[in-house]
Design a protein around this ligand. Structure first.
Ligand code: TXA
Ligand code: MG
Length: 317
């Protein structure tokens, strides 16, 4: 049976039957189900092996559809939606009862976003319900940025992956909400803090980084390859690990002599690094190396989100 392709009608039919479908977005691939159907959402949690305390993001086709599922309680969030949607930004809004509690893990707010991917938007337009979708990876593993990544890990458990090509952003959406009346960043992602602040004013950083956080994507260990990964200055790391089979994820044009290497961006460009990063984690994980080495990047633009994902993937000495 064909498991992936560009058949939007087929994907829509499956979703209408409460099946789970892999969908492309500009950030990462999602594991989508009817956000109104508890039974379908249960399947998503089961397939991902995801704990029920970790809520899902709901994907909408237009700003109007938000009114069906949530309240616009703060002008700043409305402004952000108008400016950045469709795009890699999820907003935390007080939910209406039409969204089952299982979607939000019992929280009173729902994370909502309108994705910027033509196939995904067309799919959303052909169905009468929004799609709840976490990233389409087993819980704790690296997020998928190509249809094949989804098939590699979840093929036997889903009926179809809508193939929209490689993701253009490459890491997950930024999550923004209101806490103590302050605009607050809950997860760094595909829209930089600078860009958010330009539209909606001061953005506070949510600092709850415990193992029982409000946004469990913020768990300390997440997005992790199976072989050990270390982050820091590369010359120092190479000195320490040089006698092992090293998978090196690097930027720039230096010619390294290692077991496996992946150039994230010859020009140290953070957009390009973001686009390649999860693909590089996977390739390194499958390379047969003993360790993966990577350095943190400059903290501008998507740098904060890139460094956040690296920090959650590595082993700290
Ligand atoms: O770019 C993305 O956001 C991708 C694509 C598929 O849209 N989705 C994604 O979903 O990254 P997931 O499930 O891997 O991460 C969602 C994060 C989790 O950390 C979750 O805890 C947080 O969003 N989240 C979802 N609903 C929430 C809520 N009501 N309150 C607080 N955090 C929430
Ligand atoms: Mg995820």
């Amino acid at each position: 049976m064909i498991k992936s392709g560009t058949d939007i009608n087929f994907a829509a039919q499956l979703l209408k039957k409460n099946k789970v479908v892999g969908i492309p977005t500009e950030t990462v691939y999602g594991l989508a189900a009817n956000a109104y159907a508890e039974e379908a959402i249960l399947s998503v949690f089961k397939i991902k092996n995801r704990p029920f305390f970790d809520p899902l993001i709901v994907h909408v086709s237009c700003i109007n559809q938000v009114n069906e599922i949530a309240h616009w309680h703060d002008e700043r969030l409305k402004r952000l939606a108008e400016h950045f949607w469709p795009g890699p930004l999820s907003l935390l809004l007080p939910k209406k009862t039409i969204i089952p509690d299982i979607v939000t893990s019992g929280l009173s707010q729902v994370a909502v976003r309108m994705p910027q991917h033509p196939l995904c938007l067309e799919l959303l337009n052909r169905i009468a319900f929004p799609l709840a979708a976490p990233s389409a990876n087993p819980f704790g593993y690296i997020s998928p940025t190509e249809a094949q990544h989804v098939l590699d890990q979840l093929k036997s458990q889903i009926d179809y992956v809508l193939d929209g090509g490689p993701c253009t952003i490459g890491l997950e959406s930024s999550i923004v909400g209101i806490e103590n009346n302050q605009l607050t960043l809950f997860r760094a992602g595909g829209i930089s803090c600078e860009a958010i602040e330009q539209v909606a004013g001061t953005l506070h950083l949510n600092t709850s980084k415990s193992d029982n956080p409000k946004t469990p994507g913020q768990l300390k260990s997440h997005y992790a390859p199976q072989i050990p990964m270390y982050a820091g200055p590369l010359t120092k790391l190479l000195k320490k690990w040089g006698t092992k089979k090293v998978a090196l994820l690097y930027t720039g044009t230096e010619n390294y002599n290692v077991y496996f290497k992946f150039n994230l961006s010859p020009t140290h460009n953070n957009d390009e690094i973001a686009r390649n990063m999860f693909r590089a984690f996977r390739a390194a994980d499958q390379s047969g190396a003993d360790v993966i080495l990577i350095s943190f990047v400059e903290n501008t633009g998507l740098g904060m989100a890139i460094n956040d994902r690296i920090a959650r993937a590595v082993i700290r000495d």
